[in-house]
Design a protein around this ligand. Structure first.
Ligand code: NDP
Length: 271
C-alpha cells in the first residue's frame, strides 16, 4: 500500500508556484460575511499559503445582513484591474450564496463556481476547475494512477466536489458511477471500482467489505470524531487492501488550498 501524501506534494507545488508568482503580479480578494468558525480557519489557511508564495491578499470581512453591500463589493472587485481573483467564502449567513457567487466575473472566479465555468467544464472547454476537483486529479496524475478507462465510483453528488468531479473525470475518459444517498446496492458498485472517491461527510462510510483488492482510495470527507479529524473511510481496516490511499488529514485537503494558487496563476497568465 502506498500512502498518497498530499502535504508533501502541496509543498513541492508551493515551491514551483513561488517561482511563477515572482514574474506575475497576483492579488487575491477574499470576502467573508459574518464570523463562521470553520470559515475563519479556511480563510486563515488561504491567506497563509497565498502569502507564502508571494500573492497579495486583500481580505474583506463584512459584518452585515445587507446583500447589496456584498454585491457592491463584488462589482468593485470585478472592475478593479489589480485584482486577479475573488473568493466569496461560503456560507454567507442570511444571504443567497449562489446568487452572489454568480456575480463574480467568471475570469476572476477562483473557485470555479460560476455558471460559465461549470458550463465550460461540461463542454470540455478550458475552464477554471473547482479547487478540490482539480486537486484530486492532480494527485492521481502525480502518482501515475491511470484515469482513462478506469472504473471510478464517486460517492456524493454535491455541487462543490462530486458533480463537477464526475464531469472532469469523464472528460479524462474514466467510466464514472456517481452515487448518492438514494443509490441502491452501493457495495456492488464500490466492489467493482478501480478508484473509489468518497465525498460524503460520514465517518466509516466505506468499509473493508465494500472494496476490492488493490483499489485506489481517495477520501475527501472531513469529519470530527472525539475531537479528531477523520475522513469517510474506515481507514485502519481498508488500507491494507488498497494499492494507493489518501489519509485524512494530509491527503486531499492540502491539495485544495494549493489549487487556489494554481487557479490564480492560470488566471494571471491568461488575463
Ligand atoms: P454535500 O452535502 O454537498 O454532499 C454530500 C453527498 O453525500 C450528497 O450527495 C449526499 O447524497 C451524499 N450522501 C449522504 N449520505 C449518504 C449515504 N449514506 N450514502 C451515499 N451517499 C450519501 O457535501 P460536500 O460535497 O460539500 O462535502 C462532502 C464532504 O467533503 C464533507 O465532509 C466536506 O467537509 C468534505 N469536503 C472536503 C474538502 C477538502 O478539501 N478535503 C472540500 C470540500 C468538501 P444526496 O445528494 O442524495 O443527499
Amino acid at each position: 500500500m502506498i500512502l498518497i501524501d498530499g502535504k508533501k506534494y502541496r509543498d513541492e507545488l508551493l515551491e514551483e508556484y513561488k517561482k511563477k508568482v515572482e514574474d506575475l503580479s497576483i492579488s487575491l480578494a477574499i470576502i467573508q460575511v459574518g464570523n463562521n468558525e470553520a470559515s475563519n480557519l479556511y480563510i486563515t489557511n488561504k491567506i497563509k499559503y497565498s502569502s507564502q508564495v508571494g500573492i497579495n491578499v486583500e481580505y474583506f470581512n463584512l459584518d452585515t445582513e445587507d446583500e447589496k453591500e456584498v454585491e457592491e463589493l463584488i462589482n468593485q472587485l470585478n472592475e478593479n484591474d489589480n485584482i486577479t481573483g475573488i473568493i466569496l467564502q461560503s456560507p454567507t449567513p442570511n444571504m443567497n450564496y449562489d446568487r452572489l457567487a454568480e456575480m463574480i466575473d467568471s475570469k476572476k472566479d477562483v473557485d470555479g463556481f460560476t455558471k460559465e465555468n461549470i458550463y465550460k467544464l461540461y463542454m470540455k472547454e478550458e475552464a477554471i476547475i473547482p479547487c478540490t476537483v482539480k486537486g484530486i486529479i492532480k494527485l492521481l496524475d502525480h502518482y501515475n494512477i491511470p484515469i482513462s478507462g478506469s472504473n471510478i465510483c464517486i460517492i456524493g453528488r454535491g455541487n462543490i466536489v462530486g458533480k463537477p468531479l464526475a464531469l472532469a473525470l469523464t472528460n479524462r475518459d474514466a467510466t464514472v458511477t456517481l452515487c448518492h444517498s438514494k443509490t441502491k446496492k452501493l457495495k456492488d458498485i464500490t466492489k467493482k471500482a478501480d478508484i473509489i472517491i468518497s465525498a460524503v461527510g460520514k465517518p466509516n462510510m466505506i468499509t473493508e467489505d465494500m472494496v476490492k483488492k488493490d483499489f485506489v482510495g481517495i477520501d475527501v470527507g472531513i469529519n470530527k470524531v472525539n475531537g479528531k479529524t477523520v475522513g469517510d473511510f474506515d481507514f485502519e481496516n481498508i488500507k491494507d487492501k488498497a494499492s494507493y490511499i489518501t489519509p485524512v488529514p494530509g491527503g486531499v485537503g492540502p491539495m485544495t488550498i494549493a489549487m487556489i494558487i494554481d487557479n490564480l496563476i492560470e488566471m494571471a497568465e491568461k488575463n
